[in-house]
Design a protein around this ligand. Structure first.
Ligand code: TRP
Length: 336
Protein backbone atom coordinates (compact mmCIF):
# COMPACT_ATOMS: atom_id res chain seq x y z
CA UNK A 1 0.00 0.00 0.00
CA UNK A 2 1.35 3.40 -0.93
CA UNK A 3 1.33 6.35 1.46
CA UNK A 4 -1.44 8.09 -0.48
CA UNK A 5 -3.63 4.96 -0.39
CA UNK A 6 -3.26 4.84 3.38
CA UNK A 7 -4.91 8.21 3.78
CA UNK A 8 -7.75 7.56 1.40
CA UNK A 9 -11.19 6.76 2.74
CA UNK A 10 -12.57 3.33 1.98
CA UNK A 11 -15.78 3.23 -0.03
CA UNK A 12 -17.67 0.00 -0.57
CA UNK A 13 -20.69 -0.80 -2.65
CA UNK A 14 -22.24 -3.81 -4.28
CA UNK A 15 -24.67 -5.23 -6.80
CA UNK A 16 -26.75 -8.38 -6.59
CA UNK A 17 -26.00 -10.59 -9.60
CA UNK A 18 -29.62 -11.27 -10.57
CA UNK A 19 -29.65 -9.59 -13.97
CA UNK A 20 -27.91 -7.10 -16.23
CA UNK A 21 -27.63 -3.57 -14.87
CA UNK A 22 -29.90 -0.89 -16.33
CA UNK A 23 -30.05 2.86 -16.90
CA UNK A 24 -31.39 3.38 -13.36
CA UNK A 25 -28.17 1.86 -11.99
CA UNK A 26 -26.16 4.02 -14.38
CA UNK A 27 -27.73 7.28 -13.22
CA UNK A 28 -28.13 6.31 -9.56
CA UNK A 29 -24.83 4.61 -8.79
CA UNK A 30 -22.44 3.76 -11.61
CA UNK A 31 -21.73 7.38 -12.47
CA UNK A 32 -21.03 8.01 -8.79
CA UNK A 33 -18.57 5.13 -8.75
CA UNK A 34 -16.63 6.71 -11.60
CA UNK A 35 -16.06 9.77 -9.44
CA UNK A 36 -15.40 7.92 -6.21
CA UNK A 37 -12.66 5.74 -7.69
CA UNK A 38 -10.64 8.92 -8.28
CA UNK A 39 -10.75 10.02 -4.63
CA UNK A 40 -11.22 6.92 -2.50
CA UNK A 41 -10.03 3.38 -2.09
CA UNK A 42 -13.13 1.89 -3.76
CA UNK A 43 -14.33 -1.70 -3.43
CA UNK A 44 -17.14 -3.03 -5.63
CA UNK A 45 -18.65 -6.30 -4.53
CA UNK A 46 -20.66 -8.73 -6.62
CA UNK A 47 -23.10 -9.81 -3.92
CA UNK A 48 -23.72 -13.43 -4.88
CA UNK A 49 -24.44 -14.53 -1.30
CA UNK A 50 -27.11 -11.83 -0.98
CA UNK A 51 -28.56 -12.77 -4.40
CA UNK A 52 -28.97 -16.33 -3.16
CA UNK A 53 -31.08 -15.20 -0.19
CA UNK A 54 -34.07 -14.92 -2.51
CA UNK A 55 -32.79 -17.13 -5.33
CA UNK A 56 -31.74 -20.19 -3.35
CA UNK A 57 -33.33 -22.48 -5.93
CA UNK A 58 -31.73 -20.74 -8.89
CA UNK A 59 -27.94 -21.00 -8.59
CA UNK A 60 -27.48 -20.91 -12.38
CA UNK A 61 -29.08 -17.49 -12.59
CA UNK A 62 -26.79 -16.10 -9.90
CA UNK A 63 -23.69 -17.73 -11.34
CA UNK A 64 -24.21 -16.46 -14.86
CA UNK A 65 -24.98 -12.94 -13.69
CA UNK A 66 -21.81 -12.61 -11.60
CA UNK A 67 -19.81 -11.99 -14.78
CA UNK A 68 -22.55 -9.91 -16.41
CA UNK A 69 -22.72 -7.49 -13.49
CA UNK A 70 -18.94 -7.24 -13.35
CA UNK A 71 -18.85 -6.56 -17.11
CA UNK A 72 -21.54 -3.86 -16.80
CA UNK A 73 -19.35 -2.08 -14.23
CA UNK A 74 -16.18 -2.46 -16.29
CA UNK A 75 -17.94 -1.34 -19.47
CA UNK A 76 -19.00 2.00 -17.99
CA UNK A 77 -15.38 2.64 -17.05
CA UNK A 78 -14.98 1.47 -13.48
CA UNK A 79 -11.29 0.71 -13.68
CA UNK A 80 -9.87 -2.43 -12.04
CA UNK A 81 -6.58 -0.58 -11.58
CA UNK A 82 -8.36 1.90 -9.31
CA UNK A 83 -11.27 -0.11 -7.94
CA UNK A 84 -11.05 -3.51 -6.29
CA UNK A 85 -13.70 -5.85 -7.68
CA UNK A 86 -14.52 -9.06 -5.84
CA UNK A 87 -17.18 -11.74 -5.34
CA UNK A 88 -18.85 -11.77 -1.91
CA UNK A 89 -18.67 -15.56 -1.43
CA UNK A 90 -14.88 -15.43 -1.87
CA UNK A 91 -14.66 -13.62 1.47
CA UNK A 92 -15.65 -16.11 4.20
CA UNK A 93 -14.99 -13.50 6.90
CA UNK A 94 -18.20 -11.74 5.84
CA UNK A 95 -20.22 -14.84 6.70
CA UNK A 96 -18.35 -15.21 9.98
CA UNK A 97 -18.93 -11.60 10.95
CA UNK A 98 -22.62 -11.95 10.03
CA UNK A 99 -23.01 -14.74 12.60
CA UNK A 100 -21.58 -12.54 15.35
CA UNK A 101 -23.71 -9.56 14.32
CA UNK A 102 -26.91 -11.66 14.37
CA UNK A 103 -26.62 -11.73 18.19
CA UNK A 104 -26.89 -7.94 18.27
CA UNK A 105 -30.11 -7.58 16.25
CA UNK A 106 -33.66 -8.52 17.22
CA UNK A 107 -36.21 -10.23 15.05
CA UNK A 108 -38.68 -7.38 15.46
CA UNK A 109 -36.04 -4.89 14.31
CA UNK A 110 -35.49 -6.92 11.13
CA UNK A 111 -39.21 -7.11 10.49
CA UNK A 112 -39.44 -3.32 10.61
CA UNK A 113 -36.94 -2.69 7.79
CA UNK A 114 -39.01 -0.85 5.15
CA UNK A 115 -36.93 -2.00 2.17
CA UNK A 116 -37.13 -5.65 3.20
CA UNK A 117 -40.86 -5.28 3.93
CA UNK A 118 -41.38 -3.89 0.45
CA UNK A 119 -39.40 -6.68 -1.19
CA UNK A 120 -41.30 -9.30 0.82
CA UNK A 121 -44.57 -7.86 -0.46
CA UNK A 122 -43.27 -7.85 -4.05
CA UNK A 123 -42.10 -11.43 -3.78
CA UNK A 124 -45.36 -12.49 -2.09
CA UNK A 125 -43.59 -14.40 0.68
CA UNK A 126 -46.58 -13.98 3.00
CA UNK A 127 -45.69 -16.07 6.09
CA UNK A 128 -42.90 -17.99 4.37
CA UNK A 129 -39.95 -15.63 4.18
CA UNK A 130 -36.56 -17.40 4.15
CA UNK A 131 -34.61 -16.54 7.31
CA UNK A 132 -31.56 -15.72 5.20
CA UNK A 133 -33.55 -13.15 3.28
CA UNK A 134 -34.98 -11.48 6.36
CA UNK A 135 -31.46 -11.25 7.77
CA UNK A 136 -29.75 -9.88 4.68
CA UNK A 137 -29.47 -6.37 6.18
CA UNK A 138 -27.25 -7.92 8.87
CA UNK A 139 -25.12 -9.63 6.27
CA UNK A 140 -24.96 -6.34 4.34
CA UNK A 141 -23.72 -4.62 7.50
CA UNK A 142 -20.97 -7.25 7.63
CA UNK A 143 -20.15 -6.60 3.95
CA UNK A 144 -19.41 -3.01 4.82
CA UNK A 145 -17.84 -3.37 8.26
CA UNK A 146 -15.57 -6.29 7.36
CA UNK A 147 -13.76 -3.76 5.18
CA UNK A 148 -14.09 -0.90 7.65
CA UNK A 149 -15.59 1.11 4.82
CA UNK A 150 -16.66 4.54 6.01
CA UNK A 151 -18.44 5.57 2.79
CA UNK A 152 -21.19 3.62 1.08
CA UNK A 153 -22.55 4.99 -2.19
CA UNK A 154 -26.14 3.72 -2.47
CA UNK A 155 -29.60 4.45 -3.78
CA UNK A 156 -32.27 5.86 -1.45
CA UNK A 157 -33.82 2.42 -0.98
CA UNK A 158 -30.62 1.24 0.70
CA UNK A 159 -30.63 3.86 3.46
CA UNK A 160 -32.39 1.52 5.92
CA UNK A 161 -29.43 -0.88 5.47
CA UNK A 162 -26.97 1.81 6.51
CA UNK A 163 -29.14 2.68 9.49
CA UNK A 164 -29.11 -0.99 10.50
CA UNK A 165 -25.34 -1.14 10.07
CA UNK A 166 -24.84 1.94 12.23
CA UNK A 167 -27.00 0.43 14.96
CA UNK A 168 -24.77 -2.63 14.86
CA UNK A 169 -21.68 -0.42 15.09
CA UNK A 170 -23.12 1.21 18.19
CA UNK A 171 -24.18 -2.07 19.84
CA UNK A 172 -20.91 -3.85 19.01
CA UNK A 173 -18.74 -1.03 20.33
CA UNK A 174 -20.85 -0.64 23.47
CA UNK A 175 -20.68 -4.36 24.18
CA UNK A 176 -17.13 -5.35 23.19
CA UNK A 177 -15.21 -2.08 22.95
CA UNK A 178 -14.52 0.34 20.11
CA UNK A 179 -13.76 -1.59 16.96
CA UNK A 180 -15.97 -0.05 14.29
CA UNK A 181 -16.58 3.46 13.05
CA UNK A 182 -19.86 4.95 11.87
CA UNK A 183 -20.73 4.65 8.20
CA UNK A 184 -21.79 7.54 5.99
CA UNK A 185 -24.03 6.79 3.00
CA UNK A 186 -23.47 8.76 -0.20
CA UNK A 187 -26.78 9.14 -1.99
CA UNK A 188 -26.65 10.15 -5.62
CA UNK A 189 -27.99 13.63 -6.31
CA UNK A 190 -29.41 12.42 -9.63
CA UNK A 191 -33.20 12.18 -9.70
CA UNK A 192 -34.55 8.66 -9.59
CA UNK A 193 -35.19 7.22 -13.02
CA UNK A 194 -38.80 6.16 -13.68
CA UNK A 195 -39.58 2.89 -15.42
CA UNK A 196 -40.78 2.88 -19.05
CA UNK A 197 -44.37 2.68 -17.79
CA UNK A 198 -43.97 5.78 -15.62
CA UNK A 199 -45.42 3.89 -12.69
CA UNK A 200 -42.50 2.93 -10.52
CA UNK A 201 -38.75 3.14 -10.40
CA UNK A 202 -36.86 1.30 -13.08
CA UNK A 203 -36.42 -2.34 -12.18
CA UNK A 204 -35.57 -5.38 -14.23
CA UNK A 205 -38.00 -7.55 -12.28
CA UNK A 206 -40.86 -5.16 -13.06
CA UNK A 207 -40.01 -5.43 -16.78
CA UNK A 208 -39.81 -1.64 -17.23
CA UNK A 209 -36.06 -1.23 -17.64
CA UNK A 210 -33.59 -0.26 -20.36
CA UNK A 211 -30.51 -2.42 -19.91
CA UNK A 212 -27.02 -1.03 -20.47
CA UNK A 213 -26.47 -4.01 -22.76
CA UNK A 214 -29.63 -3.47 -24.88
CA UNK A 215 -28.96 -3.32 -28.64
CA UNK A 216 -29.96 -0.14 -30.56
CA UNK A 217 -33.10 -1.74 -32.03
CA UNK A 218 -34.24 -2.80 -28.53
CA UNK A 219 -33.69 0.74 -27.26
CA UNK A 220 -35.88 2.03 -30.09
CA UNK A 221 -38.62 -0.50 -29.32
CA UNK A 222 -38.58 0.34 -25.61
CA UNK A 223 -38.60 4.11 -26.11
CA UNK A 224 -41.51 3.77 -28.54
CA UNK A 225 -43.46 1.99 -25.76
CA UNK A 226 -42.75 4.72 -23.22
CA UNK A 227 -45.61 6.32 -21.35
CA UNK A 228 -46.18 9.96 -22.42
CA UNK A 229 -49.30 12.08 -21.92
CA UNK A 230 -52.42 9.96 -22.56
CA UNK A 231 -54.38 13.11 -23.52
CA UNK A 232 -51.83 14.15 -26.14
CA UNK A 233 -53.48 12.20 -28.94
CA UNK A 234 -52.86 14.39 -31.96
CA UNK A 235 -49.66 16.25 -32.67
CA UNK A 236 -51.42 19.60 -32.25
CA UNK A 237 -52.97 18.80 -28.86
CA UNK A 238 -51.30 20.57 -25.94
CA UNK A 239 -49.16 18.07 -23.99
CA UNK A 240 -48.09 17.54 -20.38
CA UNK A 241 -44.41 17.38 -19.42
CA UNK A 242 -45.07 16.35 -15.83
CA UNK A 243 -45.19 12.53 -15.50
CA UNK A 244 -44.19 12.20 -19.16
CA UNK A 245 -41.45 9.57 -19.14
CA UNK A 246 -39.84 10.72 -22.39
CA UNK A 247 -39.26 14.23 -20.99
CA UNK A 248 -38.12 12.76 -17.72
CA UNK A 249 -35.32 10.94 -19.51
CA UNK A 250 -34.53 13.85 -21.83
CA UNK A 251 -34.08 16.09 -18.79
CA UNK A 252 -31.39 13.73 -17.53
CA UNK A 253 -29.65 12.66 -20.74
CA UNK A 254 -30.13 15.47 -23.29
CA UNK A 255 -26.89 17.47 -23.55
CA UNK A 256 -28.62 20.42 -25.30
CA UNK A 257 -30.46 21.86 -22.35
CA UNK A 258 -31.56 25.05 -24.08
CA UNK A 259 -32.95 23.28 -27.12
CA UNK A 260 -34.76 20.88 -24.80
CA UNK A 261 -36.45 23.77 -22.97
CA UNK A 262 -37.71 25.08 -26.33
CA UNK A 263 -39.07 21.66 -27.28
CA UNK A 264 -40.79 21.42 -23.90
CA UNK A 265 -42.62 24.71 -24.32
CA UNK A 266 -43.61 23.82 -27.88
CA UNK A 267 -44.93 20.45 -26.69
CA UNK A 268 -46.97 22.16 -23.97
CA UNK A 269 -48.55 24.52 -26.49
CA UNK A 270 -49.24 21.77 -29.04
CA UNK A 271 -47.52 21.03 -32.33
CA UNK A 272 -44.84 18.55 -31.30
CA UNK A 273 -45.58 14.86 -31.84
CA UNK A 274 -44.64 12.02 -29.47
CA UNK A 275 -42.69 10.29 -32.23
CA UNK A 276 -40.53 13.38 -32.64
CA UNK A 277 -39.50 13.49 -28.99
CA UNK A 278 -39.08 9.71 -28.87
CA UNK A 279 -36.78 9.79 -31.91
CA UNK A 280 -34.70 12.43 -30.16
CA UNK A 281 -34.44 10.27 -27.03
CA UNK A 282 -33.51 7.14 -28.99
CA UNK A 283 -30.60 8.98 -30.57
CA UNK A 284 -29.40 10.44 -27.29
CA UNK A 285 -29.59 7.11 -25.45
CA UNK A 286 -27.75 5.35 -28.23
CA UNK A 287 -25.01 8.00 -28.19
CA UNK A 288 -24.64 7.45 -24.42
CA UNK A 289 -24.72 3.66 -24.60
CA UNK A 290 -22.66 3.05 -27.75
CA UNK A 291 -19.22 3.34 -26.09
CA UNK A 292 -20.46 1.22 -23.17
CA UNK A 293 -21.73 -1.47 -25.55
CA UNK A 294 -18.40 -1.50 -27.38
CA UNK A 295 -16.40 -1.96 -24.19
CA UNK A 296 -18.87 -4.64 -23.11
CA UNK A 297 -18.19 -6.59 -26.33
CA UNK A 298 -14.44 -6.57 -25.61
CA UNK A 299 -14.97 -7.95 -22.13
CA UNK A 300 -17.49 -10.53 -23.38
CA UNK A 301 -14.75 -11.91 -25.61
CA UNK A 302 -12.47 -12.04 -22.58
CA UNK A 303 -14.54 -13.56 -19.80
CA UNK A 304 -11.48 -15.33 -18.36
CA UNK A 305 -9.88 -11.95 -17.87
CA UNK A 306 -12.99 -10.67 -16.05
CA UNK A 307 -12.97 -13.69 -13.74
CA UNK A 308 -9.28 -13.08 -13.08
CA UNK A 309 -10.02 -9.46 -12.10
CA UNK A 310 -12.62 -10.73 -9.62
CA UNK A 311 -10.39 -13.44 -8.14
CA UNK A 312 -7.33 -11.20 -7.83
CA UNK A 313 -9.48 -8.46 -6.30
CA UNK A 314 -10.84 -11.00 -3.83
CA UNK A 315 -7.32 -11.90 -2.68
CA UNK A 316 -6.53 -8.25 -2.08
CA UNK A 317 -9.86 -7.64 -0.35
CA UNK A 318 -9.43 -10.62 1.94
CA UNK A 319 -6.27 -9.18 3.46
CA UNK A 320 -8.43 -6.42 4.93
CA UNK A 321 -11.16 -8.71 6.26
CA UNK A 322 -8.67 -11.10 7.89
CA UNK A 323 -7.27 -8.19 9.84
CA UNK A 324 -10.74 -7.03 10.87
CA UNK A 325 -11.67 -10.50 12.13
CA UNK A 326 -8.50 -10.63 14.19
CA UNK A 327 -9.60 -7.47 15.99
CA UNK A 328 -13.25 -8.54 16.24
CA UNK A 329 -12.35 -11.89 17.82
CA UNK A 330 -9.97 -10.24 20.23
CA UNK A 331 -12.68 -7.79 21.33
CA UNK A 332 -15.20 -10.65 21.67
CA UNK A 333 -12.69 -12.73 23.67
CA UNK A 334 -12.73 -15.62 21.19
CA UNK A 335 -9.15 -15.11 20.02
CA UNK A 336 -7.77 -18.55 20.95
N1 TRP B 1 -28.43 -4.57 -1.37
C1 TRP B 1 -27.72 -3.96 -2.47
C2 TRP B 1 -28.69 -3.89 -3.66
O1 TRP B 1 -29.66 -4.59 -3.70
C3 TRP B 1 -26.48 -4.72 -2.85
C4 TRP B 1 -25.44 -4.78 -1.76
C5 TRP B 1 -25.01 -5.88 -1.14
C6 TRP B 1 -24.72 -3.68 -1.19
N2 TRP B 1 -24.07 -5.58 -0.20
C7 TRP B 1 -23.87 -4.23 -0.20
C8 TRP B 1 -24.73 -2.30 -1.40
C9 TRP B 1 -23.03 -3.42 0.58
C10 TRP B 1 -23.88 -1.50 -0.62
C11 TRP B 1 -23.05 -2.06 0.37
O2 TRP B 1 -28.45 -3.13 -4.56
Amino acid sequence: MTASEKNKKIALTGDRPTGHLHLGHFVGSLQNRLKIQEDCEQLVMVADVQALTDNADNPDKVRSNVLEVAIDNLAVGIDPEKTTFFIQSQIPEIAELTVFFLNLVTLSRLERNPTVKNEMRQKKYEGNVPVGFLCYPVSQSADILAFRASLVPVGEDQLPMIEQANEIVHKFNATYGDVFEKITPIVSSAPRLMGLDGKAKMSKSLGNAILLSDAPEIIRKKVMQMFTDPNHIHKNDPGEIEGNVVFDYLSIFDPQKEELENIKSAYKKGGVGDIEIKDRLVKILNDTLQPIREKRKDYEKNKDKVMEILIEGGKKARKITEKTMFEVKKAMKIDY
